[in-house]
Each structure stands twice: as structure tokens, then as C-alpha cells.
Design a protein around this ligand. Structure first.
Ligand SMILES: Nc1ncnc2c1ncn2[C@@H]1O[C@H](COP(=O)(O)OP(=O)(O)O)[C@@H](O)[C@H]1O
Ligand SMILES: [Mg+2]
Length: 369
């Protein structure tokens, strides 16, 4: 009984049979009460009375015909109910079962599954939506797995440097001099920067990045970013300059976040420009956007890498940058921040050895200009 109650097909059949039974009972009741009376009325009206023996024959024939018709009707209705139940069950229960099986598979971690979509009805739309959800889950899972692998990889380098230095210090092989402390501090800074950047990227990916755009003086912001980058540039013998056309540019942006973007771009430019090189920041505006370009005369970027460098942990030459403090996440952070402002960031380069140009475009809100 409980199995019957649990089966949609059985319940459907019971409901149909119930309709047939109620219909049949009503039919029988009407046939037994109103039917003979109507028949008598009709007979009386047409023939004005018949002899008793003929009347008995006519009544017997009427009851026979009525009985046969009723049995035939009930049998046909019951058979139709069974057939309809079977068809509906096939149409509804089978897709529902497939959905339930799919959901069970997803719950057990098999996100890649797809269930067959049959027809064009609501159940087919449900199956399509289910497949879309499974695909999205599979992509999220893949990103998560890759992120864990990437993070583990990024942690390994600074941790093994720290470990090696600490062991050397303990054994007395490495002298505890200022150079050693600087190396150790560099590695711990790299780790904390990685943690900060990862937190920022994951917040951006979850759409929880909070930017508070206000009317901001873009030129002042650029000068502040240049100021922060100057010591590193000077020590490498790189010249830094800024131009702005027009002289005053107002942009609707979160000043702290925008400065972080510029900081990342300048950091990269300094890192990838040899001594004696130049870095220039150019600000300009169109009626509906503000553009900030960071142009360097450095090593440049191969065309095939121009888009990939914005991907998490991607570095053009991992071997060369492994010794530097970069983790390959700076541009991912920059893009996440700019996108959150409704703008975009792109890279251009005439190729290796010909410098790079990073362009940040932000919408210009007319309310604030
Ligand atoms: N100005 C630039 N010139 C040449 N290559 C660059 C420049 N900026 C970024 N890149 C390339 O893009 C990669 C990713 O940059 P980023 O995301 O900031 O990571 P990181 O600086 O930690 O390596 C860098 O490793 C480098 O190969
Ligand atoms: Mg960087």
C-alpha cells in the first residue's frame, strides 16, 4: 500500500478509476430511476397504451439494451482510464525519475552528468534547466580544484625558501645578517600579498567586492600612484612620468581601488623594464569614458599572451619570474577591480622587446563631471 501511495503512476490510475466508478454509479442510478419513467412517458405519449404482454416485452428489450450499453460504456471508460494512466505515467514519471537520478548523481559529486531532454513541454524545460545547472556546477568545481592546485603551487616556493633559510640559520650555515632578514621578510611579504590577492579575487568572483565609486580627481590619483612607485623605479634607473589631457579629469571610481590597479600596473612595468627604461602614465577622456594608459619601454608581451596574462597565476615566463615576488595574480586583481567599476582593462604590445601598454577604461558618470 505504501508503495502504491509513493508511486505517481498508481495514484494517477486510482484517480482515473475513481472518476470512472463515480461516473458509472451516477449512470446506473439515473438509468434505474429516471430511465424507465421517461421510457414509459414516451411510450404512453406515442402509442396511448399497449397490451400488457407487449408492454412486458418492450420493457424487457429496453432493460436489456440499457444494461448492455452501460456495461459497454463502463468497460470502455475503464480501459481508456488504464491506457491514459499508462501513457501519462510514461510521459511524467520517466522524466521525473531521470531528474531524481541526476540529482542523486550530482549530490555524490558527479557534476558532469547530463540527462536526456525529450520533447518541448515543461518537463523538457526542467530537464534543460537541470543540465544547465549541472554544467555550471561542473565549471565551478573545476575552478575550485584548479585554484587549490595553483595556490598549493604558489605557496611552495616562498615556503621552501623560508624553510631552507631557517634550517641554514639553525645549523649556522647561513649568517644572520641584514641580507638574510631581508630575504626572509620578502618571502613572508610575498605570502601575505598572495593571501590578500586571493581573498580579493575570490570576493570578486563571488560578486562580493565592494567598491564605493565617488567623484575622484584622476590626475591626483595618478600622481599618488607614481609617488609610491618612484623608489622602486629610481633604484632600477627607470624614469617615471605622467601626462593628462585635459589637465583636470574627474572619474567616478573608488580611489583606493583605482590606486591599487595603478599600483599593480606600475609594479609590473617596473618589474619588466630594464635599467634606463621609461614608464609613462597617460590620462585622457572622451564624452563617456576616462582612459588611463600605463606605457613602458620594457621587455614587451608576445601577442598570444596578451589576454592570458589576466588569468589567475598566469605568467609569461614562469622560470624568469619565479625569483621575483610576483605570483601572477596582480592583473587578475586589477581586472576584477576595473570590471567592478563597469570598465575594462586591456594589454597591448608591439612584441617582445618593444614595450607594453596597459589601458584602463572607466565609464565617466555625467553627474560628477
Ligand atoms: N608591463 C609588463 N611588461 C611585460 N610583461 C608583463 C607586464 N605586466 C605583466 N606582464 C606579464 O604578465 C604576467 C602576469 O602579471 P601579474 O598578474 O601582475 O603577475 P605577476 O606580476 O605576479 O607575475 C607577468 O608575469 C608578466 O609575464
Ligand atoms: Mg604583477
Amino acid at each position: 500500500m505504501s508503495r502504491l501511495r509513493r508511486s505517481l503512476g498508481a495514484r494517477l490510475l486510482i484517480a482515473q478509476l475513481l472518476v470512472v466508478v463515480v461516473g458509472s454509479l451516477t449512470l446506473l442510478l439515473v438509468a434505474a430511476t429516471v430511465g424507465p419513467w421517461l421510457f414509459d412517458q414516451h411510450l404512453e405519449g406515442r402509442l396511448g397504451g399497449v397490451p400488457a404482454n407487449v408492454d412486458a416485452h418492450i420493457h424487457a428489450a429496453f432493460e436489456d439494451a440499457l444494461g448492455t450499453a452501460l456495461i459497454g460504456a463502463i468497460a470502455a471508460a475503464s480501459a481508456t482510464a488504464v491506457v491514459i494512466s499508462v501513457i501519462l505515467t510514461r510521459r511524467i514519471v520517466a522524466p521525473v525519475r531521470r531528474l531524481a537520478d541526476g540529482a542523486t548523481q550530482i549530490a555524490s559529486g558527479r557534476y558532469g552528468i547530463q540527462i536526456p531532454v525529450v520533447g518541448e513541454d515543461e518537463l523538457a524545460s526542467l530537464a534543460r534547466a537541470f543540465n544547465g545547472m549541472a554544467t555550471a556546477l561542473a565549471a565551478t568545481e573545476q575552478t575550485r580544484t584548479r585554484l587549490i592546485a595553483d595556490v598549493a603551487h604558489e605557496l611552495r616556493t616562498p615556503l621552501s625558501t623560508l624553510d631552507g633559510y631557517l634550517e641554514g640559520l639553525a645549523d649556522g650555515v647561513i649568517a644572520p645578517n641584514p641580507g638574510t632578514w631581508t630575504t626572509l621578510r620578502d618571502q613572508t611579504r610575498r605570502l601575505s600579498r598572495l593571501a590578500e590577492d586571493l581573498a580579493l579575487v575570490s570576493r570578486a568572483e563571488e560578486g562580493r567586492l565592494q567598491v564605493r565609486p565617488v567623484a575622484t580627481d584622476a590626475v591626483r590619483l595618478i600622481h599618488a600612484a607614481l609617488q609610491a612607485a618612484r623608489p622602486a623605479a629610481t633604484s632600477k634607473g627607470i624614469s617615471l612620468s605622467a601626462t593628462s589631457r585635459p589637465e583636470r579629469i574627474t572619474v567616478t571610481a573608488d580611489p583606493e581601488r583605482l590606486q591599487q590597479v595603478l599600483g599593480n600596473l606600475l609594479d609590473n612595468a617596473i618589474q619588466h623594464t630594464p635599467a634606463g627604461g621609461r614608464i609613462e602614465v597617460m590620462a585622457s577622456q572622451t564624452p563617456d569614458s576616462v582612459r588611463v594608459e600605463v606605457i613602458d619601454s620594457g621587455e614587451g608581451i608576445p601577442t598570444a599572451e596578451l589576454e592570458r596574462i589576466f588569468t589567475r597565476f598566469h605568467r609569461v615566463d614562469p622560470a624568469r619570474t619565479a625569483v621575483s615576488r610576483g605570483s601572477g595574480i596582480g592583473l587578475t586583481v586589477a581586472r576584477a577591480l576595473v570590471t567592478e567599476h563597469g570598465g575594462d582593462i586591456t594589454a597591448a604590445s608591439a612584441g617582445p622587446g618593444h614595450g607594453s601598454r596597459f589601458t584602463v577604461t572607466l565609464p565617466r558618470c555625467s553627474d560628477h563631471t
